[in-house]
Design a protein around this ligand. Structure first.
Ligand code: FES
Ligand code: FE2
Length: 418
């Protein structure tokens, strides 16, 4: 992690003044203040991250009662667990006695969670099962000291959490993805691989990089060879239209080429971003692999390669790029002012067997390498943005439009919090 000098004059008044200046130049990158301020970072966690729906895991990782995985956000930790009744829960990994973590290992199976400090024991649904010798306090209420919970929804096998008890419903907006995402049958998919890439940069720089493909032609040679997203729309309109014209007949999935755009300020409710579109691969490429040829069996209900890829967003921080034979999920989570976890999950069809139907290295090749290229360029970006002489430049009107939507939502949310 890189450390950023604390601004000892930082204050809410300073934040308000910085926000006022940003409103005067809406088409520009934002001031380094927003990447350097500890005050802003705390506020972002409270006002944005802990109020947003975030991908937490896949049902195949939580098959049996007691199966769990940890989700680390900022300095916090949540236990995502299937409880003894079969329900998936998100529990705050904070003992209700004096606050120790009750679970340390990243994943596994537990009958109970036992706090290592003084031994309080919690059931898999978070309720307190035993608190050693606490019966000496007649006023002690076991029922009032279960682990705190976050909200959980499961959509097509994807588990999402939200730390805000008042968060708006997410399943409603997600229905816009039913046809194009349903094609992959993710509820029965297999996680072929997942990897966390720690990036030494503020989370916004990492997310901003994902939200624009202006850098694709220069930073991602392999990606740019096959994906039309690296070009302006009018330059690849023919390739994309030809793909869309054959999508339904080739894939056999009605609604496969559907578009829906409801993200950031345009989301149905706060933190409920939902987006989908299908974009084209250049001629000769069937999927996102080293040579553009299939690397796994077709997924779900898909019957053929149409030369397209499905682009999805679910919540402000979680995305998918889905090829006919494998899907790649991206999630961005702040872990400090200058530390971000970029989680990448590769899915293949549920009955695909590793070593027989697919090689893990071939499935992960493109996006592992592309992610390393991103990490390289984001950390260079972070160096410059954190310098005292950085002056924000103008956004590209087309390539950086989605990034701009994020920034406008971000600034609006901070402004509303004042
Ligand atoms: S902090 Fe967990 S039992 Fe004391
Ligand atoms: Fe990139």
């Amino acid at each position: 992690m890189k450390f950023v000098a604390t601004d000892v004059d930082d204050s809410v008044a300073k934040l308000a003044e910085k926000l006022r200046v940003e409103a005067l130049r809406p088409d520009h990158a934002i001031d380094s203040y927003f990447y350097r301020s500890h005050l802003v970072y705390e506020r972002e966690l409270r006002e944005l991250v802990f109020r947003s729906w975030i991908y937490a895991g896949h049902v195949s990782e939580l098959q049996k009662p007691g199966d769990y995985l940890l989700l680390e956000i900022g300095e916090d930790s949540l236990i995502i667990v299937r409880d003894d009744s079969g329900e998936i829960r998100a529990l705050m990994n904070i003992c209700r006695h004096r606050g120790a973590r009750v679970c340390e290992h990243a994943s596994g199976n537990r009958k109970t969670f036992v706090c290592p400090y003084h031994g309080w024991v919690y059931n898999t649904d978070g309720s307190l099962k035993a608190a050693r010798e606490m019966n000496m306090r007649p006023d002690f209420d076991m029922a009032a000291h279960g682990l705190k919970r976050a909200r959980v929804v499961v959509y097509m096998g994807l588990v999402f959490i939200n730390c805000d008890p008042e968060a708006a419903d997410f399943l409603g907006p997600l229905q816009h993805l039913n046809e194009p995402l349903g094609a992959y049958d993710l509820a029965n998919a297999r996680v072929a691989h997942k990897q966390t890439y720690r990036v030494d940069a503020n989370w916004k720089l990492v997310l901003e990089n994902y939200l624009e493909c202006y850098h694709c032609a220069t930073s991602h040679r392999s990606y740019a060879r096959m994906h039309t997203l690296k070009d302006l729309d009018h330059k690849v309109a023919d390739v994309v239209q030809a793909m869309l014209d054959r999508t339904e007949s080739v894939t056999g999935v009605k609604g496969m080429g559907k578009e829906h755009h409801g993200i950031y300020l345009g989301a149905e409710s706060f933190g409920c971003c939902v987006y989908t579109s299908r974009y084209g691969l250049f001629d000769g490429y069937l999927t996102g692999s080293e040579d553009g040829q299939p690397v796994a069996p077709l997924m779900g209900h898909i019957q053929g390669y149409d030369g397209g890829a499905g682009d999805f967003q679910m919540g402000p921080l979680s995305f998918m790029l889905n090829y006919p034979d494998h899907c790649v999920l991206y999630r961005f989570i702040p872990r400090g002012l200058t530390a971000t976890d970029m989680e990448v999950v590769w899915f293949v069809n549920g009955d695909a067997r590793e070593g027989v139907d697919y090689e893990r290295d071939k499935v992960t090749w493109l996006w592992h390498n592309t992610t390393l290229e991103d990490e390289y360029i984001i950390t260079r970006n972070s160096e410059g943005v954190n310098s005292h002489f950085f002056e924000p430049g103008p956004y590209h009107p087309e390539f950086e439009n989605t990034l701009k939507e994020f920034i406008h939502w971000y600034l609006a949310t901070l402004s509303a919090s004042l």
